[in-house]
Design a protein around this ligand. Structure first.
Ligand code: MEV
Length: 310
């Protein structure tokens, strides 16, 4: 066992296909330039900094520990330092699951096997969220842009997309959702059970848009980014994952001539987390966010996946 390791894992956004991806429809995800830094070192007991993360660290170590049957995983100091807003749809939990798994692999001097790290992180995510698609942990593991599809529990297909040009998007925080990802996935499931035909047609619509997004990234000019964001948002709103607060922000952006959508699980009672927004006037959205006292930042997409930091 090594004495100390440091790893970092990126946050993520979903350009198209959230929620539908849980049911086997495709999604496009991208890693962003906000990272979680984890340091893991040997200690005489389990210490977690910040202490409020102790439960999730214990749960994750339980999953990774089973892979190695290492009792020493109970005696570690795990420190977390994150630039990813927590619980806002930017993959904070996936970055943690992938980061801690990769960190333990490094600590135990295991060969860096991204497929195994990703699988293990997926198990941690399941403990956290119930029935995730596995898209979040996969983008955080591999980085870049991914086309992702979960065909079944043990069969997930993904492929790197190499965009001709990546759009410059702004991320605007509509507020931390009161509901977590597991609860939002469960709400969509209820809605699906009550209205199977309606929700299936929304998912097929989502797939059409995800394909259009792929073509846009590959340089086809037949689609406008603003229209794709707007249409995507309309599907998420129909699925019931957009809060009134987030809807008002998005409508305002549309009135100003831009396009925006919720990215990730969304939220209903308070905010819906991060909104992806685009306007061809580069200054307009940051000015709007400033005026509206909303947290915002420019997203650099396609960042590297989980990495050891020296
Ligand atoms: C959450 O970031 C994305 C969802 O599609 C859930 C999932 O894919 O597991 C809402």
């Amino acid at each position: 066992m090594r004495r100390k390791v440091r790893v970092s894992a990126p946050g993520k956004i979903i350009l198209s296909g959230e929620h539908a991806v849980v049911y086997g429809f495709p999604a496009i995800l991208a890693a962003v330039d906000r990272r979680l830094l984890l340091s893991i070192e040997k200690s005489n007991r389990l210490q977690v900094v910040p202490a409020k993360a102790t439960d999730i660290v214990k749960r994750a170590l339980g999953v990774v520990g089973k892979k190695f049957k290492e009792e020493d995983l109970e005696k570690l100091k795990v420190s977390l330092n994150s630039q990813i807003p927590i619980g806002c749809g930017m993959g904070s939990s996936a970055a943690f699951a992938v980061g801690i798994t990769a960190g333990i692999f490094e600590l135990l001097d295991q060969p860096k096997n991204l497929a195994i790290i990703n699988e293990c992180a997926y198990e941690i995510e399941k403990k956290q969220h119930g029935n995730p698609s596995g898209g979040d942990n996969t983008i955080v593991t591999y980085g870049g842009f991914l086309w992702y599809r979960k065909e079944g529990e043990g069969f997930k297909i993904f492929e790197k997309i190499k965009p001709k040009s990546a759009p410059t998007l702004w991320l605007i925080n509509s507020g931390k959702p009161q509901e977590n990802t597991g609860e939002m996935v469960a709400k969509v499931k209820d809605f699906y059970q009550q209205n199977p035909a309606r929700v299936r047609s929304l998912f097929f619509e989502s797939e059409k848009l995800t394909r259009a997004f792929l073509e846009l990234l590959q340089g086809e000019k037949s689609y406008s980014l603003i229209d794709l964001l707007k249409e995507n948002e309309a599907i998420l709103d129909s699925l019931g994952v957009v809060s009134p607060k987030a809807r008002r922000i998005i409508q305002k952006i549309e009135q100003l001539g831009g396009g925006a959508k919720v990215s990730g699980a969304g939220g209903i009672k308070n905010g819906s987390g991060i909104i992806l927004a685009y306007h061809k006037d580069a200054d307009l959205l940051p000015n709007f966010a400033k005026r509206s006292s909303l947290e915002y930042f420019k997203a650099t997409l396609g960042e590297k996946g989980v990495t050891e930091e020296k």
